[in-house]
Design a protein around this ligand. Structure first.
Ligand code: ADP
Ligand code: MG
Length: 690
């Protein structure tokens, strides 16, 4: 007997190869997948409502006798059918209909209709309702509530329901194994998997539907907890697998003291604490896997540099990878500035390097003369061959997935020894998400900004007040400050973005002839871009007009005003990142969010959040709420976060208990771990051995 997971949907009567192909869009291949596809709503078709008591907007089953069915030639041709049940009359209206349909709605026929009542031209009407006609008597009413499923093109609700009924029959004959320990089920008051699935797909009219939908019912929790545990087990497995490797030992030494001594400031307490946590990891002969979270401007780069020095002192190389060239460039400059005076050789490797420069970089990487290598995805390329990689640092901002992290590690294999890993993330991640995305990493938080930073004041202003905004820039720059003007154009080509920014720059030059203005965008050659940025950084230019390329990696402490044009187009984390470019010096800083109307509700909410708070954690949580985890993380991560029944926002509170239960299962029920991972994680078999 095959298990549900091994029974393909094509085994069901209603599902031929075409349907099976479409079901794949919903991630459904097996009967088990189908059963894990849960309704998002239920309809009550278990009792008949008298027409006379129907209210507008009410969805209901009515039964009655067809009085007439006529084609009406109004503004749009329609089929109108009147039904009476003695308590009142109801109209059914169809704009798409066939002759057969009209003929079938014969006067005197019995009819059962399910629809939603709307106020129409002739009193209450149902538009395009589902109905059944019978000459004598109608079949019995539904006993269970009718589920409504998320669906895809070419798969109707009706078809899904039919398939599900078949699947539930198979479920009754071949109940799946309950992989959760009895103790967990009892402690949480959870039903068996079989019971839970029956309840979710066919609840009875007196079941608490609200609880089912809100994820509060034990039947939903049964599935949610199981999926969370499976996910956490996957993480734990991966973590254990990685930790089983050997890694080099690093001690801190004089280089760090020299670096810190050369800085015009002291480390914050939070930086010291996080560096201490990293040091402890590096003194264990197994690979560190540590995530450093810290708000924009909290000084993550310096923390990374301190870790780098430990590896370098021990004679190992350090690779620092960033998601964009601009960000990589910024790190490169920082590392050169800090480490070159200590006699350390820092190399640069990005996709846009010319052949010669690339060859030279590769040479230095493979012969070990490059001690730190800063770059982008280019660091993965097959031609790149590290001499002795001991530490990888990834500044990722959700843009790299687990697999890329691991790919870089693979580059550093020396015998069975692998490099340590440090991941930096600039956008704070709400705890739930951190547990599900970075569950395989230890976490450190830099929860303090360097002293003297002042909160940025943010104002939200309509595009129609552009002249005042320009005046404000003039005043600020005349009194010695510097400013950014950010042009936004999303989902357009880089070429379009560049030309829009060029136009804005020209207009600003006309309006502000007394200022030196620089323009940067993604289409500039690296060197040209660097020169322009440098002129802004050293104060020659007072205003920098830029596309969102400056989102990351620009660090000019004297800049205290930022204008973001069409701010309504950007997401919260992007706005927060951008705004973080000001407020880096001791001057009070301002951010002007300029919007054009009409503003969507979400855009209004986003701008309001930006005005209300500078707190990255709050902003991240709000962002998650507005966009949902998938979008929030960007496409890269969503594949890894493809939960089937878990809704991270709704089920947040279960995350911690699930983590604990996962640990218990690993310890006490090791034989259940693999089947559980296999059940819930597609391709989960690979989890354990990466
Ligand atoms: P982020 O966490 O956003 O990557 P950075 O590492 O870019 O932050 O640091 C922001 C700025 O603060 C840099 O100019 C950096 O040199 C400076 N900085 C870092 N640590 C401190 C500190 N302890 N005191 C003052 N300034 C600091
Ligand atoms: Mg940074």
């Amino acid at each position: 007997m095959n298990s549900l997971a091994e029974t393909p949907v094509t085994r069901l009567k209603g599902a031929g190869p075409k349907v099976a192909e479409r079901l794949q869009n919903l991630g459904i291949q097996s009967v088990e997948d189908l059963l894990f596809h849960l309704p998002f709503r239920y309809e009550d078709r278990t009792c008949v409502v008298p027409i006379g008591s129907l209210r507008p907007e009410q969805s209901a089953v009515i039964e009655g006798e067809v009085l007439l069915a006529d084609i009406i030639f109004g503004k749009r041709r329609s089929l109108l059918c009147k039904v009476s049940d003695g308590t009142g009359t109801l109209s059914l209206r169809f704009y798409h209909f066939s002759a057969a349909q009209k003929n079938n709605l014969e006067r005197g026929a019995r009819i059962r209709v399910y629809g939603e009542a709307r106020v129409g031209a002739s009193g209450l009407e149902f538009y395009h309702p589902e109905y059944q006609v019978a000459r004598s008597s109608l079949p019995p009413l539904e006993k269970a509530l009718t589920p409504v499923y998320p669906t895809t093109d070419g798969v109707s609700q009706l078809l899904l329901r039919k398939l599900m009924i078949e699947a539930l029959q198979i479920l009754s004959r071949q109940p799946p194994r309950d992989l959760l320990p009895e103790s967990v089920m009892q402690q949480q008051g959870l039903p068996s998997l079989q019971q839970a699935l029956h309840k979710l797909h066919a609840p009875l009219p007196d079941d608490p539907v609200d609880m089912l939908l809100a994820g509060e019912h034990p039947s939903v929790r049964r599935l949610v907890i199981e999926e969370m545990i499976a996910h956490q087990l996957g993480m734990l497995g991966r973590r254990a697998g990685q930790r089983a490797h050997q890694a080099p030992l690093f001690e801190t030494d004089g280089l760090r003291t020299s670096l810190l001594g050369s800085l015009p400031f002291d480390l914050t307490r939070a930086q010291q604490r996080v560096i201490g946590e990293i040091d402890a990891d590096l003194q264990i002969p197994h690979p560190m896997l540590r995530l450093v979270q810290g708000d924009v401007g909290s000084g993550k780069t310096l923390v990374a540099a301190c870790a780098a020095l430990s590896a370098i002192s021990a004679g190992y190389q350090v690779a620092l990878m960033a998601p964009t060239e601009i960000l990589a460039e910024q790190h490169y400059r920082n590392f050169c500035h800090w480490l070159k005076p200590l006699g350390i050789n820092v190399a640069w490797l990005v996709g846009s390097l010319g052949v010669k420069a690339r060859r030279e970089a590769n040479q230095q990487i493979s012969d070990g003369s490059a001690q730190v290598i800063v770059g982008t995805h280019a660091l993965f390329q097959p031609a790149v061959c590290f001499h002795r990689l001991g530490l990888t640092i990834i500044d990722e901002q959700h843009r790299f997935g687990v697999h890329q992290r691991l790919a870089l590690r693979e580059k550093g294999h020396i015998g069975d020894q692998v490099p340590h890993q440090l991941v930096l993330t600039a956008t704070p991640i709400p705890r739930t998400l951190a547990m599900s995305v970075y569950g395989d990493l230890d976490t450190s938080v830099i929860d303090e900004l360097p002293p003297g930073r002042q909160a940025i004041d943010t104002v939200v202003i309509s595009e129609s007040r552009r002249p005042q905004v320009i005046e404000r820039i003039r005043n600020a720059c005349i009194s010695g400050a510097q400013a950014y003007w950010v042009c936004t154009l999303i989902e357009e080509s880089e070429a379009l973005q560049a030309s829009a920014a060029e136009l804005t720059c020209t207009l600003l030059q006309e309006a502000l002839p007394e200022l030196n203005i620089e323009l940067v965008h993604g289409r500039l050659k690296t060197q040209e871009k660097a020169q322009r940025m440098a002129r802004f950084a050293n104060g020659e230019a007072q205003l920098l007009v830029a596309t969102t390329v400056i989102e990351v990696g620009v660090d000019v402490a004297n800049a205290s005003l930022m204008v973001i044009e069409n701010a309504e187009r950007l997401g919260l984390s992007q706005l927060h990142q951008l705004r973080g470019r000001v407020g880096r010096g001791s001057e009070k800083s301002y951010c002007v969010l300029m919007y054009s109307t009409p503003l969507s509700q979400t855009a209004q909410r986003r701008l309001a959040v930006m005005r209300e708070t500078n707190d990255g954690f709050r902003i991240a949580e709000e962002d998650l709420r507005l966009r949902g985890p998938g979008e929030w993380l960007g496409t890269r991560q969503t594949g890894e976060l493809a939960f089937r029944v878990v809704d991270l926002m709704r089920d947040e509170a279960l995350m911690e208990p699930a983590r604990e239960m996962a640990e218990i299962m690993q310890r006490d029920y090791p034989q259940h771990v693999e089947p559980l991972i296999r059940r819930w994680l597609k391709g989960g078999e690979n989890y354990a051995d990466i």
